[in-house]
Design a protein around this ligand. Structure first.
Ligand code: FNR
Length: 366
């Protein structure tokens, strides 16, 4: 047995994840846009996720996958609103499991940040032939480049809650063992949480209790269909980097509110908080640097007892080991570093003197 905390298995409910090096959800914007295969995972997605499983990630969170067509960030996002999409995802989950990697999926609705262009084609709205009218808690655009969204009616809110439940049911059918609700980065769930984007005066806006209502209803809908023995994750932006910044007069979602929300989420059956930050408002000053979001994960874990995963500029084996061994988080999620090097987990295991899970096809040779 290795001395490395990073390579210790981790059990949540009845699910054991072989190590604490996990792949962060990362949109590939590579699905077909129109027709019967809209939102269906392609060979690209299979190769992309298969490579990180071969590389030794303990858990892979498949990218933000839309619960409805209007909930896509870009027209080329993955979707999980029909059974054709389920079939294609099943191929990915089967391969991951075969290689000892736990398959998870992030289910999402983009809210007012929907209908945007694939990032490599520019940051603006999607082209007119592909775009649609976004919806949000309030008719307030993200910035001048984004369209003004339609304000959701209570009936429409309920419909989207139902869509999250349906998406979780399909995720289960597709073979996923973890489902994560995307509550971060300025997308729909986060737009309800933050007073910056939520100006509603009904039961879904105003007080803390009202702003978190949608998030908790979504979690309840997911938990209602997700098996008792499998974990549910929630990704939060722990701060909008507005209220905490003395130079920014805008009011936003705060780290204190994240701690309060974490307690609520726990009571509603969430097993782990995936702690990111930002994405809600344009022009925020964010003090980025190695592991800059880790303190938010650490604070939630310490003050609420809810397990956390840390993410953001975690790139070094020693750094990752320290985060887990020091009890700052239960696991680390790697994003761009796993794009640069799918075999990062094996390299980290070698550095830390832990056992590697290199597949036989490579292990005998290298
Ligand atoms: C992301 N990120 C992201 N986050 C999320 O919650 N859902 C998503 O689908 C995506 N998509 C996405 C695509 C790409 C190409 C990148 C680079 C990032 C954010 C990602 O999960 C992670 O939080 C950040 O990248 C920070 O971690 P790293 O990259 O510093 O390890």
């Amino acid at each position: 047995m290795s001395e490395s905390a990073l390579f210790e298995p981790y059990t949540l409910r009845s699910l054991t994840i072989p190590n604490r090096v996990w792949m962060a959800p990362m949109c590939q914007y590579s699905a077909e846009v129109f027709g019967p295969n809209a939102g269906v995972a392609q060979d690209w997605h299979f190769a992309h996720y298969a490579a990180r499983a071969v590389g030794g990630a303990g858990l892979i969170l498949v990218e933000a996958t839309a619960v409805s067509p209007e909930g896509r960030i870009s027209p080329a996002d993955l979707g999980i609103w029909n059974d054709t999409q389920v079939e294609a995802l099943r191929r990915i989950t089967a391969f991951l499991k075969e290689h000892g990697t736990v398959p998870g999926i992030q289910i999402a609705h983009a809210g007012r940040k929907a209908a945007t262009e694939r990032p490599w084609r520019g940051r603006g709205p999607a082209g007119a032939s592909e775009a649609w009218q976004p919806v949000a808690p309030s008719a307030v655009p993200f910035d001048e480049a984004h369209p003004t969204p339609d304000e959701l009616t209570v009936e429409q809110i309920q419909e989207i809650v139902g869509r999250f439940g349906e998406a979780a049911r399909r995720a289960l059918a597709a073979g996923f063992e973890v489902v994560e609700v995307h509550g971060a980065h300025g997308y729909l769930v986060h737009e309800f949480l933050s007073p910056h984007s939520n100006h509603r005066t009904d039961a879904y806006g105003g007080s803390f209790e009202n702003r978190v209502r949608f998030a908790l209803e979504v979690v309840d809908a997911v938990r209602a269909v997700w098996p008792e023995d499998r974990p549910v994750f929630f990704r939060v932006s722990a701060t909008d980097w507005l209220s905490e910044n003395a130079d920014d007069a805008r009011e936003g979602w705060t780290a204190d509110e994240t701690v309060r929300l974490a307690r609520e989420l726990r009571a509603h059956g969430v097993d782990l908080l995936d702690v990111s930050t930002g994405g809600l408002a344009p022009g925020t000053a964010i003090p980025t640097g190695p592991g800059y979001q880790v303190p938010f994960a650490s604070r939630v874990r310490e003050e609420t007892g809810l397990p956390t995963a840390a993410v953001g500029l975690i790139t070094d084996a020693g750094q990752a080991e320290k985060i887990v061994a020091g009890g700052e988080a239960d696991a680390v999620l790697l994003g761009r570093e796993l794009l640069r090097d799918p075999h990062w987990p094996h390299r980290a295991a070698a550095t830390l003197g832990a056992d590697k899970r290199v597949p036989d096809q490579y292990a005998w040779a290298v």
